[in-house]
Design a protein around this ligand. Structure first.
Ligand SMILES: Cc1ncc(COP(=O)(O)O)c(C=O)c1O
Length: 383
């Protein structure tokens, strides 16, 4: 059996919505993007939602919204994708990279507290694999030090923290709709915020810094006249992407139920193997289950993480590793003088982590096959 790491869930609904857009004569940002934003904000109960062309663009515009300046420090976890860090570097601000929790792989609140200096302006907690971070503690800490909180929710739709949906908790939240994400538009992203002035700035910056509703220029009733308020970016979403988003949003909870069920079956099967640590989710929150990350109990195995991945590949199962910590990446390591000793938990997590396939279209046979092969490998590789 061949099982890919991921397959997006595209049904007739998505296809029909895209075809409708193609036939409408308007394929870049326009009415469908506006509708997707409205429906997305409605779904999360957030006040404003602004669609962009990637999660990275969402994060970049979020740091622009808080007016991040050169030399400002922003605290981020080491276990994340480089996008979380690079947007801080764009404007010559400084990513202050800290350790994560062993159990959840999320940023450690104690590590944030230790890293705060007079230059700290913000923090970007990342809801790893879809599990919300300790938002109450993070928001309290931010309030005490007058810092902004930007949530990196690239993995976290839908996700709940103490019964509140991720997307309407912090000052500003960023989503990614990259192909492998829980809601996929190929490439795409969204910024949600409760603050009108930030929403307005993000909206302006995503289309060259041009004054309101510039996208209407070529529509009936739109005006040719526009004003550039500041140098912005070409970060707008297209109506083709938004069509996928509209169709995916309708089934986003159902897609989550599917992933949650796969996660439940994996955890039930792996808990008794003695050589796998299944993901652990804190009791007061719900993970989006974007990723299912197992950790190998290396002490009871005769092979390491890379060997395990290779064996799974030989058996037709594609996996991945989320993430190579930023402190190991040449750019961050060399620029900020980081060493593994500063990140004992992330190192421990990284050495052991494997992300298994978890996508809504997985068949029962495919899930069973992954369970059989992982448990069989455990048996064979047990010391
Ligand atoms: C944690 C995290 N943040 C940000 C991003 C960037 O999103 P995008 O690929 O849509 O730019 C990703 C993934 O790609 C991610 O995993």
């Amino acid at each position: 059996m061949e099982i890919p790491f991921h397959k997006p869930y595209i049904s007739e609904e998505e296809i029909a919505e895209v075809v409708d857009t193609l036939k409408s004569g308007w394929i870049t940002m326009g009415p469908k993007t506006i509708r997707f934003e409205e429906e997305f904000a409605g779904y999360l109960s957030s006040k404003y939602a602004i669609a962009v062309n990637s999660g990275t663009a969402a994060l970049h515009l979020a740091v622009k919204a808080i007016n991040l300046r050169p030399g400002d420090e922003v605290i981020i976890p080491t276990t994340t994708f480089t996008a979380t860090g690079e947007v801080i570097c764009y404007g010559n601000a400084v990513p202050v990279i800290v350790d994560v929790e062993k159990e959840t792989h999320n940023i450690s609140v104690a590590a944030i507290e230790k890293a705060i200096t007079p230059r700290t302006k913000a923090m970007i907690p990342v809801h790893m694999a879809g599990q919300p971070c300790d938002m109450d503690e993070i928001i309290q800490l931010a309030g005490a030090h007058r810092l902004f909180v930007i949530e990196d929710a690239a993995h976290a739709i839908p996700a709940w923290y103490k019964k509140r949906r991720i997307g309407a908790i912090a000052d500003i939240t960023c989503f990614s709709f990259y192909s492998t994400k829980p809601l996929a538009t190929g490439e795409g992203g969204m910024v949600t915020t409760e603050k009108e002035d930030w929403a307005e700035r993000v909206r302006t910056l995503r289309l060259h810094g041009i004054s309101k509703d510039a996208w209407k220029r070529y529509s009936k009733g739109g005006s040719w006249y526009y004003e550039v308020i500041e140098p912005g970016f070409k970060y707008n979403m297209t109506d083709l992407q938004a069509s996928l988003g509209i169709a995916q949003l309708r089934k986003v909870d159902w897609l989550w139920e599917k992933r949650k069920e796969i996660a439940r079956r994996y955890t039930d099967a792996f808990a008794s193997t003695g050589c796998i640590i299944p993901p652990s989710v804190k009791a007061d929150r719900q993970s989006a289950w974007h990723l299912y990350i197992i950790k190998l109990h290396l002490e009871s195995l005769s092979i390491d993480r890379n060997g395990f991945i290779e064996k799974l590949r030989e058996r037709g199962i594609e996996t991945s590793v989320h993430f190579i910590p930023l402190h190991r990446q040449p750019f961050y390591k060399n620029t900020y003088g980081l060493t593994p000793e500063g990140f004992p938990n992330a190192e421990w997590v990284y050495e052991r982590s494997i992300s298994l396939p978890i996508f809504p279209g997985m068949t029962d046979q495919e899930v069973n096959y992954v369970i059989e092969q992982v448990t069989d490998l455990c048996r064979k590789a047990k010391r």
